[in-house]
Design a protein around this ligand. Structure first.
Ligand SMILES: [Zn+2]
Length: 460
């Protein structure tokens, strides 16, 4: 009897190991070959420092609506190649802060620029960073020192954050799909002040909500990264918050305890959340975006094969003719305070005999995450780039604008021709000497195409 019992046990063991339970066979996670690690850190300033994004604010921050976060999702394919998506509730990384962070990530973890997407949500309720939009804020020496201290702390926090995520790698499966939500409004082609009376809104728009789902080996949700193209400018108060994007992340994390939700800004350069200017509206748009993500999570998503290819370059984006002394003097004599600051700074440079920059090293990046193309672009990318890149590389392409360096607006050829804020005057807000040259769009699209070939994307 005892022997028979042992034999039965042995057969049971054989059956169990040879034919795993049905539930196990259903888990695609056992065979994907991906690993992922996720980490998060609060980056809400401890000091009451100046808030980023609006020239009209007259005093520093006065409290917190909800915390600001930096989050990292490290992904590793079956060959051991890694990439990290870093998302932040910040207006944008100026080049020097981003370069410091990425240099240190290279030094410490061997991650190249191609392997890092450093995205900012573009919340207008976050802190000013060092060397950012220097002319638009009326900052004194003490406030500048606070900003420098915060920027150094932030750099340290983000380097440590990536280290934490790398230390938590575990087997996962990755899945991707686009969702949709429609609260973005093209702010160039629709008049905000008469919006309640409008019965038709003008485009162009791209309402996509790109979603990347990370499941652990048991098939449970571990992290979700999602994007949208829209300025986080619902709020303009003196309280720290991630605006609608912060609310969207909070909604998802509340609905899925223990899960990290990461928001990346897409191509919202000319898109506003309208109507706006109240906390309930920011909360509403956050819930709308979270609902769009939930719908995608509930449906079948495309599983991504465990191979990763990354490419990065900095292409020289030409600037148009520099301003003349007379034109700068005219602006300096005008009455727009931040433009006067810009013109005087430019005049100082002119009188020191330093030539104005003729171009800017613009970051372009392409990832193939399995068979999911992700295009990372610097600056405040306008919606036509998302539309055109999807025409070139397919409607499932994900765009992460506001990545790696936010040096100014990135207008399409059309918007550059039309002028206005995104095409012309915002260049001064960002401290650039003049507008972009008319080659901007073709230069960027050509560079993306070149990098896309490097990562094995089918040629358009
Ligand atoms: Zn902006």
């Amino acid at each position: 009897m005892k022997r028979a019992g042992l034999l039965t046990l042995f057969i049971c063991f054989l059956v169990l190991t040879t034919f795993p339970a049905r539930a196990d066979i259903d888990q695609p996670n056992n065979i994907t070959g991906w690993k992922a690690g996720v980490a998060r850190v609060v980056i809400t300033p401890k000091e009451a420092i100046w808030m980023a994004g609006y020239a009209v604010r007259t005093r520093p921050a006065e409290g917190t609506l909800h915390d600001l976060w930096a989050k990292a999702l490290v992904m590793e394919d079956e060959s051991g190649k890694q990439a990290v998506l870093i998302t932040t509730d910040l207006l944008g990384f100026p080049k020097n802060v981003s370069d410091h962070i990425r240099d240190r990530l290279k030094e410490k973890f061997g991650l190249s620029r191609a392997q890092i997407i450093l995205n900012s949500s573009h919340t207008h309720s976050g802190p000013v960073l060092q060397s950012a939009l220097s002319d638009i804020y009326p900052l004194n020496a003490e406030q500048l020192a606070q900003i420098a201290r915060y920027s150094t702390t932030l750099e340290n926090q983000i380097v440590a954050l990536v280290g934490d995520a790398l230390g938590r790698l575990e087997p996962v499966s990755l899945h991707a799909q686009n969702g949709v939500t429609r609260f973005q409004v093209n702010r160039r082609n629709n008049n905000e002040s008469i919006l309640p009376r409008l019965t038709e809104l003008k485009g162009p728009n791209d309402y996509a909500v790109p979603v990347i789902k990370v499941l652990n080996a048991k098939g449970a949700l571990k992290a979700v990264a999602f994007g949208y193209s829209c300025h986080p400018t619902v709020l303009d108060s003196y309280k720290w918050s991630g605006d609608y994007a912060g609310f969207a992340q909070l909604e998802l994390e509340k609905a899925h305890p223990g899960v990290t939700a990461l928001f990346f800004q897409s191509a919202g350069g000319d898109q506003n959340p309208l109507p706006r200017r109240s906390v309930p509206l920011a909360h509403q748009y956050g819930r709308e975006l979270a609902a769009a993500v939930e719908r995608v999570l509930d449906e079948t998503m495309r599983p991504l094969p465990a191979r990763l290819a990354t490419a990065y370059s900095e292409v020289e984006l030409a600037l148009a003719k520099p301003p003349t002394e007379a034109s700068l003097q005219a602006v300096a004599n005008g009455d727009v305070v931040y433009l006067k600051r810009w013109a005087n700074r430019m005049l100082d440079q002119f009188h020191r005999g330093e030539p104005f920059a003729k171009s800017y090293p613009y970051p372009v990046q392409v990832w193939q995450l399995g068979d999911q193309p992700i295009i990372g672009l610097g600056g405040e990318v306008v919606i036509e780039y998302a539309i055109k890149l999807k025409q070139l590389f397919g409607p499932d392409t994900f765009i992460a604008g506001y990545s790696n360096d936010v040096m100014g607006y990135i207008p399409s050829a059309t918007i550059l021709r039309e002028g206005g804020y995104e095409g012309e005057t915002s260049q001064m807000v960002y401290g650039l000497p003049g507008v972009w040259a008319s080659t901007i769009e073709t230069t960027i699209l050509y560079e993306v195409t070149k990098l896309a070939r490097q990562v094995g994307l089918p040629s358009p």
